[in-house]
Design a protein around this ligand. Structure first.
Ligand code: ADP
Ligand code: MG
Length: 292
């Protein structure tokens, strides 16, 4: 393509709300074989809601919710916000925690009235030496239904399995189908566990899942996707997506994302969903073939 046709293509893309921050990204996109999507906030709405609280024997809902919310009030994770909102609705928000600790990618813990309260993923319980026992079946069942399942442990005992649901965006499935029609492979990278990620992938038609990725593991996940010589585009919105956006052959930030995500990207989408990704690939193909 000539410099003029690239200018025309970049202009046409801008009209569609696709901003190319770097000129050669338009060219680079035509050689991309895999599109890797961040899950939370990119494929899904990114605003999880509490859906389940399944208690073990001897624990009571309002008390557990209040203690869990006391810990989560100190966390900024979207999961924490979902739990705190639900606790407020049930008037279980009057408890205080101290000595808060967050273990990124695992969960959170704090002291509530002299008792240690932990909230987090199965791997967090494993790490803390707490065996969920038979309620693990409940946790896996929730995950298979696409929910993020957490354990709450109070005083060293599992008190509840908590389910949180982050629905997929209405446009995700159709956009992923369109990417397939363009001959692209579509992968999803997430910190969630395999079963949860597989359910979301099945719902949206995603072909490849990389689950259980710690926040700083996204870059390595991209390298693995690239292992067979394919160029990889990464689409993300969050602060912890910035390294992956910079590392991908083409980094695409979605418009509702954070400033740091936008600054690390080659392409910025004005819209908050995946249709912009489809448009970016379409404009790039047309420009490089000199189709008007
Ligand atoms: P993602 O960005 O995909 O949600 P994270 O690395 O932020 O991945 O979190 C991975 C997992 O760690 C979450 O799915 C959850 O199980 C657990 N986790 C992280 N923060 C919290 C929190 N504040 N409360 C409970 N669980 C948490
Ligand atoms: Mg995200």
């Amino acid at each position: 393509a000539t410099p003029t046709s690239i200018m025309v293509g970049t202009g046409r893309a801008a009209e569609m709300g696709v901003l190319f921050r770097k000129g050669d990204a338009l060219q680079q996109l035509t050689s991309v074989g895999v599109v890797a999507l961040d899950k939370t906030g990119t494929v899904t709405q990114g605003r999880p809601e509490l859906t389940d609280v399944i208690l073990t024997d001897g624990f009571q809902r309002t008390a557990v919710l209040a203690q869990v919310a006391a810990v989560e009030k100190k966390s900024e994770h979207p999961i924490a916000q979902a739990i705190v909102r639900a606790a407020r609705v049930e008037r279980a928000d009057d408890v205080k925690a101290s000595g808060f600790q967050s273990v990124t990618g695992y969960g959170v813990k704090a002291d509530v009235n002299g008792v240690e309260v932990l909230v987090g993923a199965d791997r967090f319980m494993l790490r803390e030496g707490i065996d969920p026992g038979t309620i693990a079946e409940v946790e896996i069942d929730l995950a298979k239904r696409g929910r993020t399942a957490l354990y709450a442990a109070i005083g060293g005992k599992i008190a509840a399995v908590i389910g949180v649901s982050d629905p997929v965006k209405a446009s995700s499935r159709e956009a992923i189908e369109a990417l397939h029609r363009q001959g692209l492979k579509v992968a999803m990278i997430t910190g969630d566990k395999q079963q949860t990620a597989d359910a979301i992938a099945a719902e949206t038609g995603i072909d490849h899942v990389v689950a259980g990725v710690l926040p700083d593991g996204k870059v390595e996940a991209l390298d693995r996707l690239r292992a067979d010589g394919q160029k990889v585009a990464f689409v993300g919105d969050g602060i912890n997506d910035a390294p992956a956006l910079a590392h991908a052959d083409v980094g695409i930030a979605i418009g509702t994302g954070t400033d740091v995500a936008i600054e690390s990207a080659d392409v910025v989408l004005m819209s908050g969903d995946l249709r912009g990704v489809v448009n970016a690939f379409e404009v790039s193909t047309r420009t490089m073939r000199n189709i008007r």
